[in-house]
Each structure stands twice: as structure tokens, then as C-alpha cells.
Design a protein around this ligand. Structure first.
Ligand SMILES: NC(=O)c1ccc[n+]([C@@H]2O[C@H](COP(=O)([O-])OP(=O)(O)OC[C@H]3O[C@@H](n4cnc5c(N)ncnc54)[C@H](OP(=O)(O)O)[C@@H]3O)[C@@H](O)[C@H]2O)c1
Length: 262
């Protein structure tokens, strides 16, 4: 288990244009790392490049689009090496069960699961090259703690993040013999454009810059599971370990209350 980001590193960061990803990008640039930043909004990527034009490359892509991701692959190939891929791009759309919409579920899964899977596919050859040079290499996948409890309306988002957690842990097992590490980041509520849309209470909400600091600290310490804030994640773990019947009653009551508020 290695610590990452302790010395100047080359990082590919997806979802760099807002929220947690933007806060991560700003901190990493400030700390002297070199970045390839990805998102769909070119103007936001350009803004990050201006912070350190000699160390930040923009590689615009929709992470669900194969040919756009291939372009990122060539930017990564141009780089000397890749130490760490932080795959953070994600979306969250909530379901209104009275108008069940499978396309909404598909969009959550396409972006959060397949976007990450396709990004891993693009990152791996570069991480393997780094390992051949005898240097540590890692993937960090930004999941969520939301799926640890069956929250109403989160059928799509929760399912996508549950799948992502399994994917990350299985990938960790398979890549262990190559020495490529896999980190799984599971945040609670973080104030970002994604959660600004939420119309329900968000206990223990933290700022994006705080979240970025916790992710970097976890990567530096080599913690493969980075979960925060602890007051939220411990509470969810506790609730998730209750008997299933109790969980079901609590979840149904919470779902009812949320739909009455909206
Ligand atoms: N905020 C929270 O409370 C919270 C909690 C747990 C987990 N998370 C996870 O943290 C990650 C970041 O979320 P956030 O809260 O910072 O949200 P955000 O502010 O909405 O940022 C999402 C980022 O993902 C990018 N993105 C979305 N779809 C994309 C696509 N198809 N291709 C490329 N980039 C795409 C967006 O860039 P463009 O729009 O420029 O494409 C943006 O940079 C997500 O994976 C989210 O699920 C967030």
C-alpha cells in the first residue's frame, strides 16, 4: 500500500469542471502536480489551464463517448507518465416513481458506471507503463456512501454507485498482482452544483474544498477506502446493519416524508 501525491505527480482527473473535481484540481495544481483535466465544458477546463499552463493540459470529453475518450487517450500518451487517475465524473438524477422512467436510470448508470469503466480502460495502459518504470500507480474512483441505505428516489443513482463500488473492489483484487492500486472514495453530502438541486435536508453537508482535502489526505496516507464525513458514514453504516425489516420501515417512512415535502 503506497501513499500517493506526496511528491510531484502526473494525474488524470475527470469531472474537473465543477464541484468536488474542480476543488481537487485547484488543490492539486496549487500543490505542484501536473494534471490532465477532463469534463465536457471547455471554458471551465481552460480556466484551470490558466492556473498553471506548463503543468495543466485540457482534454475535453464526454466520458460516455468512446471517440472523445480516445482523444484523451492520446493526450495521456503524450505525457511522460501517469501516476494516478482520479475518476470523479458523475451525475445524479432522482426518480419520481409515479412516472417510472427507465431512461433516467440508464443515464445514471451510463455516466457513473460505464463512463468510469471506459475511463479505466483508457488509463490502464499508461498506469502499466508507469509500473514498468518501477513507480507506484493507482486509480481512484469516486463512488458514494448513498447506496449503503435504500433512500427513496435513488434507484438509479444508488444502483450506479453500488455497482461502481463492486467494480472498484473487484478491480483492486485483479490489479493487485500488477501493483496498481485502486482507491474507492465514498463521500457523504458535499455542497456542489449536483447537490444544490436537492430539495431535502442533507445532514453533515461539507464544502467541496473540504472534500477535496479529505480525498487528497486519504490518497497520501494510502487508505484504499476513503469515506467522509465520518459522522455521516458511521451513521449510515450503523443504519445499514439494522435488521432488514427495520431498514425497510425506516426507508419507507423517509421516502413518504420526502415526497410530502416536494
Ligand atoms: N456532492 C455530493 O454530495 C456527492 C456525494 C457523493 C458522491 N459524489 C460524487 O462526486 C462526483 C462529483 O460530483 P459533484 O458533486 O462535484 O458534482 P458536479 O459539481 O455536478 O460535478 C460533476 C462533474 O462531472 C462531470 N461530468 C458529468 N457527466 C459527465 C460526462 N458524461 N462526461 C464528462 N464529465 C462529466 C461534470 O463536468 P461537465 O458538466 O463539464 O461535463 C462535472 O465536472 C460524482 O461522481 C458524484 O456522484 C458527490
Amino acid at each position: 500500500m503506497s501513499g500517493f501525491l506526496r511528491s510531484a505527480s502526473r494525474v488524470w482527473l475527470t469531472g474537473a469542471t465543477s464541484g468536488i473535481g474542480e476543488a481537487l484540481a485547484r488543490r492539486l495544481i496549487h500543490d505542484g502536480h501536473s494534471l490532465v483535466v477532463t469534463g465536457r465544458r471547455q471554458s471551465a477546463l481552460d480556466e484551470l489551464v490558466t492556473l498553471a499552463p506548463d503543468r495543466v493540459d485540457s482534454a475535453r470529453a464526454d466520458t460516455t463517448n468512446l471517440s472523445e475518450l480516445d482523444q484523451v487517450g492520446s493526450t495521456l500518451a503524450d505525457a511522460a507518465s501517469l501516476d494516478l487517475a482520479i475518476l470523479n465524473a458523475g451525475t445524479c438524477e432522482y426518480l419520481d416513481v409515479s412516472q417510472f422512467d427507465s431512461e433516467l436510470i440508464r443515464r445514471n448508470i451510463e455516466t457513473n458506471v460505464m463512463g468510469t469503466v471506459l475511463s479505466v480502460e483508457r488509463a490502464l495502459p499508461h498506469l502499466r507503463r508507469t509500473r514498468e518504470l518501477g513507480r507506484p500507480a493507482a486509480v481512484a474512483i469516486v463512488g458514494s456512501s448513498a447506496w449503503w441505505f435504500p433512500f427513496g428516489r435513488a434507484e438509479g443513482y444508488g444502483a450506479s454507485k453500488a455497482a461502481l463500488a463492486y467494480f472498484a473492489q473487484s478491480l483492486r483484487a485483479d490489479l493487485a498482482r500488477e501493483g496498481i492500486e485502486v482507491f474507492l472514495v465514498s463521500p457523504g453530502f458535499v455542497k456542489t452544483p449536483l447537490t444544490d438541486r436537492n430539495d431535502f435536508p442533507m445532514p453533515f453537508l461539507i464544502e467541496a474544498d473540504d472534500a477535496a482535502g479529505r480525498i487528497i489526505a486519504g490518497l497520501q496516507k494510502g487508505h484504499h477506502s476513503i469515506e467522509f464525513p465520518k459522522r455521516f458514514t458511521w451513521t449510515l453504516r450503523l443504519l445499514g446493519n439494522l435488521p432488514q425489516g427495520v431498514i425497510d420501515r425506516m426507508a419507507a417512512r423517509m421516502a413518504r416524508n420526502t415526497s410530502q415535502e416536494s
